[in-house]
Write a protein that binds this ligand. Structure first.
Ligand code: PGA
Length: 245
């Protein structure tokens, strides 16, 4: 596992963006695996800047996002489709037809999971997958206890995840209870994985990821079996590792 410790959130975001730009320059039809949440926002801002400054051309890029809430339509402001359109896609020269996110507003959830896994197999796997990590070690919406063998599936969100995401909703009752997520096996298909973590809130999870064993109760530990993983963290997220080391 390759570890890069950035001084702060800004430096982490710039480094992530540069890694993506390099990948795109090397392979203009790169498939990017993308994530939502607070952590990658800075990376997306930097990528938009990179596009405006001619460092990145997204014309031939395809993207595959990790997950989506069940029950939210693409135009719902808290849906992940809306998030991606409004924080990245609308500001760069990407063809929206080339961007893939599970569709959460459907009764045919099992069918949607199958369709999405087929998308990953047909278009992907991502050359570079960007990942965040939950305080409980989740990746995508794969909560503790998820099989490392899982493909795209429906999850019941834990209370802690719903609480962590409640800040984006009017109140807790509006936070969806289910989501569609790429499974752990689907994520591990990616050629290269870059996991971002910023802030003290993530320090315990980063410590466990670096020093712990493979454990289905800690989904991010599955990444230890991947041969091209980079942890790109800031000093606050790395604090506990440094203290012990
Ligand atoms: P965050 O979420 O980037 O908003 O902290 C990460 C995650 O839960 O995967």
């Amino acid at each position: 596992m390759n570890v890069i410790v950035a001084r702060n959130y800004e430096e982490m975001s710039q480094t992530a963006s540069r890694m993506i730009e390099e990948q795109i320059t090397k392979k203009p039809d790169t498939v990017l695996g993308l994530a939502t949440g607070g952590t990658p926002l800075g990376t997306y801002k930097e990528l938009i800047k990179g596009y405006k400054e001619d460092r990145a051309d997204f014309r031939h890029i395809r993207t595959i996002n990790l997950d989506e809430y069940v029950g939210l339509a693409p135009e719902h402001p808290q849906s992940y489709r809306y998030f991606m359109n409004h924080h990245l896609f609308q500001f760069i020269n990407i063809d929206l037809e080339h961007t893939h996110i599970p569709f959460g507003k459907t009764e045919e959830l099992e069918q949607e999971c199958k369709r999405y896994e087929n998308v990953i197999d047909r278009i992907g796997p991502p050359d570079l997958q960007l990942l965040g990590i939950g305080e409980n070690g989740h990746i995508g919406f794969n909560e503790p206890g998820t099989s490392f063998d899982s493909e795209t599936h429906i999850v019941h969100l834990t209370e802690s995840t719903r609480e962590a995401n409640a800040r984006f909703f009017e109140s807790m009752e509006y936070v969806p209870t289910k989501a569609i997520t790429m499974g752990i096996r689907s994520i591990l298909k990616s050629r290269k994985i870059v996991l971002l973590a910023s802030g003290e809130r993530k320090a315990e999870a980063i410590l466990r990821l670096i020093q712990g064993e493979l454990d289905e109760q800690f989904p991010a530990s599955s990444l230890k079996s991947h041969d091209d993983i980079t942890l790109l963290v800031d000093e606050d997220a790395y604090k506990k590792v440094q203290r012990k080391g």
